[in-house]
Design a protein around this ligand. Structure first.
Ligand code: S3P
Length: 448
């Protein structure tokens, strides 16, 4: 579990300006996938830039527990993670329950991989993860032949899953736009004979598809409907261990970006930020609000685009963010709400029902974070409406609810609020962005 001992509160005070050049850590989604695909491949996978946050380290542990050799190597100062896989369908029964701590992604993707192997594994996590719904993953995995041996409270952790001896390929339309559901089905489909198809009404992040292709699988993705996709994977490929370079995480970059936009005089550069269009809804939204975010040095690696971003303090105005954009910025609404509070006018964010089942109920938690700092905010069904007044009074104590992104969003708010903003616990920041506090301080943030 992530949390051991006493909570660690922190206060952010209004700072001068944020300046400098940083690289935020590796992308969390790609980091999880590189370890899991490495463990399902034959031969060595060498990963550079892996996010060494608690969530990903738990996935690394789980991959060791099912038989992969996972090593962290220091090659003359450059850290490389080496994974020697067990091959598709080759996982071994773990000796103890797999503990995913706070991580829904690690847990759900590994459930998919386990479902395609003839083994039994118990999945567990911290109290936040134990409260999150797993039925959305178990439903398609049961159709493929996996069996739930035991579960808590209608499909919650801890639960024990027996993988399918002879997995069936299925055609599955996901009930919500979720890359976790899609990825779990595709990972189970690796062991099924024939073609496994996932159809989604709104396209979700496609890192699994891109990485499967990189490892040698035959996978095709075509548009389906106005915003959707149909993804077809040919089962039983021989995945080859491959090199993976993990770009910087746009969801982590979101925090210094918003901090720079709202703190007058700021001018920062973020290097190697992944700019996969299925992840950059926040950048598009902030630009519509008037943000100065310039991209340069664009390039791509294994199908994942990246760029250097220069962000300068900007006057922001409130806008309406359509529901269709949610999948491309699902983890960024908390920090967008902070930007919206510093904007002039109201920002309406539509279609946020999925925020209720993240590390915390992020819809309620975002509203509470803003309210306690003097911002007018309303939840209307699944929409969030923030009344921006160009400044934020601050002075509040924010409850983080075991959620890293609430802690970081509140500290970002404190960089420019009139009075200091305090968070009750920063421990969970280590799940996704272990260096957040020193990196922000290096840019000029005042945290104490
Ligand atoms: C992720 C998918 C998203 C996101 C999560 C990471 C992934 O969840 O919120 O942080 O890596 O697949 P959903 O797919 O459930 O929306």
């Amino acid at each position: 579990m992530t949390h051991s001992g006493q909570p660690t509160p922190l206060e952010a005070r209004k700072c001068q300006s944020l300046t400098g050049r940083v690289r935020v850590p590796g992308d969390k989604s790609i980091s999880h996938r590189s370890l899991i695909l490495g463990a399902l491949a034959v031969g060595e996978t060498r990963i550079s830039g892996l996010l060494e946050g608690q969530d990903v380290l738990n996935t690394a542990k789980a991959m060791r527990a099912v038989g992969a050799r996972v090593e962290r190597m220091d090659e003359k100062g450059a850290i490389v993670w080496s994974v020697r896989g067990a091959g598709t369908g080759g996982f071994a029964t773990p000796a103890a329950p797999l503990d995913f701590g706070n991580s829904g992604t690690g847990c759900r993707l590994v459930m998919g991989a386990v479902a395609g192997c003839p083994i039994t594994a118990t999945f567990d996590g911290d109290s936040s993860l134990r409260s999150r719904p797993m039925r959305r993953i178990l439903d398609p995995l049961e159709l493929m032949g996996a069996r739930v041996i035991s579960q808590s409270d209608g499909g919650r952790l801890p639960l024990t899953l027996a993988g399918a001896r002879d997995p069936l390929p299925i055609v599955y339309r996901t009930p919500v736009a979720s890359a976790q559901i899609k990825s779990a089905v595709l990972l189970a489909g690796l062991s099924a004979p024939g073609i496994t198809t996932v159809i989604e009404n709104e396209a979700s992040r496609d890192h699994t598809e891109l990485m499967l292709k990189h490892f040698g699988a035959s996978i095709v993705s075509v548009p389906d409907g106005a915003h959707g996709r149909k993804i077809s994977l040919t089962g039983q490929p021989e995945l080859r261990g491959s090199d993976v370079v993990v770009p910087a995480d746009p969801s982590s970059a979101a925090f210094p970006i918003v901090a720079a936009l709202i703190t007058p005089g700021s001018d920062i550069i973020l290097t190697d930020v992944m700019t996969n269009p299925l992840r950059t809804g926040l950048f598009a939204t902030l630009r519509e609000m008037g943000a100065s975010i310039e991209e340069s040095e664009t390039r791509s690696d294994a199908g994942e685009p990246m760029a250097q971003l220069r962000v300068r303090a900007s006057r922001l105005r409130g806008i309406e963010v359509p529901a269709a954009r949610a999948p491309s910025m699902i983890d960024e609404y908390l920090v967008l709400a902070v930007a919206a509070a510093f904007a002039e006018g109201s920002t309406v964010m539509r279609g946020l029902q999925e925020l209720r089942v993240k590390e915390s109920d992020r819809l309620e938690a975002t509203a509470a974070m803003l309210r306690v700092n003097g911002v007018k905010v309303e939840i209307d069904g699944d929409d969030l409406i923030v009344e921006g007044r160009g400044h934020v009074p601050g002075g509040g104590l924010v409850a983080t609810h075991m959620d890293h992104r609430i802690a970081m969003s509140a500290l970002v708010m404190g960089c420019a609020a009139d009075a200091p903003v305090k968070v009750d616990d920063t421990a969970f920041i280590a799940t996704s962005f272990p260096d957040f506090i020193p990196m922000m301080q290096q840019l000029g943030a005042e945290f104490a």
